[in-house]
Design a protein around this ligand. Structure first.
Ligand code: LLP
Length: 419
């Protein structure tokens, strides 16, 4: 049992959300431990069950949720991590990650971040441009080390998802163009500070149709063959993240098995270690954002349900017009009205949901679903709002995994002028 209804009220594992609000206040992100573990296990078991996946590695994309307790839970289960900054590397290590299971993605790695990752001894740098390759070589040589490298190749396939989260088209800033990859690999193979080990891609996020993954894989396999002809043998293939989740009843999320098995079938017999970088799929549906209604406001032709969570807590609706299911924590028999569910932030874009049918009263609790990925991780202090607390439920126990910030903490780093 993860997040479910019991006696007409929502609960996470064995704890009613109303009790959690009472104990920890609102807004609060509430996670289910078993939902997190089940999501990772689904990947790991699918890999382990396939001859081409046995040696596979699931690297959780930390950017989707960077809470230490969650990273630690995944590390204990043997997961690796996909990082995009020195900060994420430090977090992963603090959470008990095995450095040899870390891949480092991102278009703008600084020399300092490269040094930090070489010092830690990560599994691979996912290099995204020719100049980055040159810099990495220089840094590695200066340290007397060799950097393990994969080129992030842009396969130029359309993931058919929101434009802000499409990354594999040729117009995108990510990766090296497919047409130039072979030449950059040849250069890499000749550099003293570089060991060429793999190839990677990440075509976009929230893909509900897995067919673009197969198209991307074909492009990569073609390149792997070309490189073999050049005498460059790769030992791993990293297919990125991107598998989508259901945000509403009409979204059909593909089973991990249905996404992964055809890809594994295709690489079988090639002696390639498969690496995956899922973010959203491991955490997205493992949490709700719990919030309380401050006011119900009747507008001209529109009703507003004003809650204590806002765009600074969960930015996805404002930024991508993303849909998150919103339900009262306890059902009321009163008749429903149509509301825009909005926060207290001074922006018209500050909404969590629009045109929602809700039977609610001021003071009621709302649960905003599918909030575990890119929720807390993208939150801010806009309007000097302390960020939400995070609570992880394990059976009948609730653990505070991030306490709510205080206002004093928000300006603690600021200084008055001397005169
Ligand atoms: N690997 C790389 C190199 C990535 O850039 C990303 C996500 C992932 C893995 C993980 O992708 P996932 O499995 O989570 O789809 N903030 C947006 C999503 C941005 C995704 C950025 N890259 C959202 O809230 O929808």
């Amino acid at each position: 049992m993860t997040i479910h209804l019991k006696d007409n009220a929502w609960q996470v594992e064995n704890l009613p959300l109303a009790d959690i609000a009472e104990r920890f206040g609102t807004p609060t992100y509430v996670y289910s431990r078993s939902a997190l573990e089940n999501a990772l296990a689904e990947y790991q078991q699918t890999l382990a069950a396939h001859p081409a996946g046995k040696d596979g590695l699931v690297c959780f994309a930390i950017k989707s949720n960077s809470n230490l307790a969650i990273l630690n839970l995944f590390a204990r289960m043997g997961a690796g991590f996909d990082i995009v900054s020195g900060g994420e590397l430090q977090r992963a290590l603090a959470a008990g990650a095995d450095a040899q299971k870390i891949v480092f993605s991102g278009v703008g790695k600084s020399a300092a971040e490269m040094r930090q990752a070489l010092e830690a001894g990560i599994f691979c740098f996912n290099v995204e441009s020719a100049p980055e390759l040159e810099r990495l070589n220089e840094v590695a040589v200066s340290m007397g080390k060799k950097a393990p490298v994969s080129l992030r190749v842009n396969p130029n396939v359309d993931p058919k998802t929101h434009p802000y989260i499409s990354t594999g088209l040729k117009e995108s800033k990510f990766g090296v163009p497919h047409d130039r990859a072979r030449e950059i690999y040849r250069r890499a193979a000749g550099l003293p500070g570089i060991t060429v080990t793999g190839i990677d891609c990440h075509i976009g996020s929230q893909l509900l149709d897995p067919s673009p993954f197969a198209a991307a894989l074909e492009r990569l396999l073609g390149l792997i063959d070309d490189l073999a002809a050049d005498g460059i043998t790769l030992s791993h293939l990293d297919l990125g993240g991107g598998l989508g989740i259901s945000y509403c009843e009409t979204d059909q999320q593909p089973a991990v098995k249905d996404y992964l098995t055809p890809l594994l079938d295709r690489v079988a017999g090639r002696n390639l270690k498969i690496v995956l970088e899922p973010g959203r799929r491991l955490v997205g549906n493992a949490a709700v954002l719990l919030s309380r209604i401050e006011y119900l406001k009747e507008g001209e032709g529109k009703n507003f349900c004003i809650i204590d969570a806002a765009m600074n807590d969960l930015m996805r609706p404002a930024l991508y017009e993303a849909w998150h299911e919103i339900r009262p924590v306890a059902a009321r028999s009163a008749s429903a009205k149509t509301y825009d569910v909005v926060g207290p932030v001074c922006e018209s874009g500050d909404f969590l949901g629009q045109q929602r049918q809700l039977a609610v009263e001021a003071g009621d609790l709302l649960a905003i679903f599918s909030a575990g990925a890119y929720g807390m991780a993208m939150s801010s202090n806009y309007n000097t709002r302390p960020r939400a607390a995070e609570v992880l439920v394990d059976g009948s126990e609730a653990h505070l995994i991030r306490r709510r910030e205080t206002v004093a903490e928000l300006y603690a780093n600021e200084q008055l002028l001397p005169k």
